[in-house]
Design a protein around this ligand. Structure first.
Ligand SMILES: [Zn+2]
Length: 154
């Protein structure tokens, strides 16, 4: 059943995965591997990350990491796989909903209707408020604090 759900999810989120594949032309990965249902690549550059910032970005079942340390970071892996699941649920509507929510929040932060979350540039404070980011962050924190040991699996 788990397997069937995975296959349906992969198909339903295929457009976003293909978009992620196109990003190879910009992100220029140095390495690629298969891990826990996802294609993980170490990118030379990722839009939104300025060196030496470390992190990851997910498109469909493709996860780009700024470096191997980011991809080997299990709590971050839990976070990124939450985005994979979100894509499995919403399919092609996921990236659209994600970007639309970001734009609404960005306008709100810029207009001073909210401070957003955390510090830094307006886009970063808006980005952290995106419902999908909040959910992924919650999963990451739950795993980190030992409250969701199954989130990563065996
Ligand atoms: Zn995220």
């Amino acid at each position: 059943m788990r397997y069937v759900g995975y296959v349906i999810g992969v198909i339903w989120s295929m457009l976003h995965t293909l978009f992620g594949l196109l990003l190879v032309l910009i992100y220029w990965p140095r390495s690629i591997r298969w891990r826990k249902g996802c294609i993980e690549m170490v990118a030379t550059r990722i839009i939104g990350f300025k060196k030496p910032a470390s992190g990851a970005q997910t498109h469909g079942i493709i996860i780009y990491g700024t470096d191997l340390a980011a991809l080997n970071n299990i709590p971050l892996g839990v976070h990124e796989r939450k985005h994979v699941i979100q894509g499995f649920v919403l399919g092609p509507f996921y990236p659209i909903a994600y970007v639309l929510h970001f734009l609404v929040l960005y306008v709100k932060v810029k207009a001073g209707w909210t401070d957003g979350i955390g510090t830094g540039a307006a886009w970063k404070r808006a980005y952290r408020m995106i419902v999908f980011e909040r959910q992924a962050r919650r999963a990451e924190i739950a795993y980190e604090s030992g409250n969701a040991p199954d989130a990563w699996g065996s």
